[in-house]
Design a protein around this ligand. Sequence first.
Ligand SMILES: NC(=O)c1ccc[n+]([C@@H]2O[C@H](COP(=O)([O-])OP(=O)(O)OC[C@H]3O[C@@H](n4cnc5c(N)ncnc54)[C@H](OP(=O)(O)O)[C@@H]3O)[C@@H](O)[C@H]2O)c1
Length: 347
Amino acid sequence: MKEINISGVLEKIIERADFPILKCKEILDKEITTILGYGPQGRGQSLNMRDQGFNIIIGLRKGDSWKKAIADGWVDGENLFEIEEAVKRGTIIQFLLSDAGQIQAWPTVKENLEPGNALYFSHGFGIVFNEHTKIEPPKNIDVILVAPKGSGLTVRTHFLEGRGINASYAIYQDYTGNAHNRCIATAFAIGSGHLFETTFKKEVHSDLTGERCVLMGLLQGAFLAQFEVLREHGHSPSEAYNETIEEALQSLYPLVAENGMDWMYSNCSTTAQRGALDWAPKFYNVLKPIIEDCYQNVLNGNEAKISIESNSKKDYREKLEIELEAIKNQEMWIAGKQLRKLRPENI
Ligand SMILES: NC(=O)c1ccc[n+]([C@@H]2O[C@H](COP(=O)([O-])OP(=O)(O)OC[C@H]3O[C@@H](n4cnc5c(N)ncnc54)[C@H](OP(=O)(O)O)[C@@H]3O)[C@@H](O)[C@H]2O)c1
């Protein structure tokens, strides 16, 4: 356990060394972990647990995920079951269906929970927005959360590379008195790097804001705005793409990840430095109120409501495909598709 002090805020970080895999196995010795769902998180978390020798089964409906699981070596009737049966057989139930799927499957899951089970989430959505999701767990179970701070695909690739992905954890309900140990042991069983504590609410509010803003929404908006300005002023697609995206993702962002933005500002040309120092506050002034607005909409449940309502429409998939196709067909990403192929490692 490491204590860190950032601007007077003390935080406890739990590291792998605090919970070596042998200790996690002792804690989970008598448990059967059921993983419901085989999207990026379900697949990544279950394969990492299987590779580390934990007692684990998968619960799915018969469909695309079922086929993927079979292809990955899960065996029907041995460690792969339909959802109802898988919940009955498990003691720790990892609820990793899509957030919309969780709403639909909840009645089946709830009916088959036993006193003393643990219900595990990788996102606080279902519990925090239960006014909309109706996911209200019974009082006689543990309710825990481990939220990897990255894509489920990274959960798997980092594990295979011998690294880990940092995750937050939270205890919502401790019925057995053992919720903390169950939560932390499972977090390292799925391949987490280090863990920091949160609450279901804090996790969902920061996560929804992050994906709407800097991680995806704001990023796509900023990329497109700069790409279009360059194109409208006669720059070629290659030039606009390289100056906007390729240089960012391939060169600068990894350096920022490694060393911080202060280092980046100290290690670029004086021309870049002057310009970035002058322009950053202009973006800050425009963006901060928008991000605050987004956070307020997350906080008051609007964003959850929009997401649940749009997901439950019959033509949701159809409409989504049209929206995604529109992004795919933006000149910026058409350029990206062609230019990525020309990276030296791809030739
Ligand atoms: N994606 C991430 O990187 C990430 C990161 C951190 C946390 N999380 C959280 O982790 C959880 C899982 O996310 P994910 O991205 O891995 O999965 P996802 O792509 O959102 O969900 C896919 C899984 O849900 C199943 N599913 C959907 N609707 C269903 C229904 N009505 N009945 C039964 N199964 C249903 C799908 O099965 P079929 O193939 O049969 O449709 C599939 O196995 C979510 O709570 C998410 O917020 C995700």
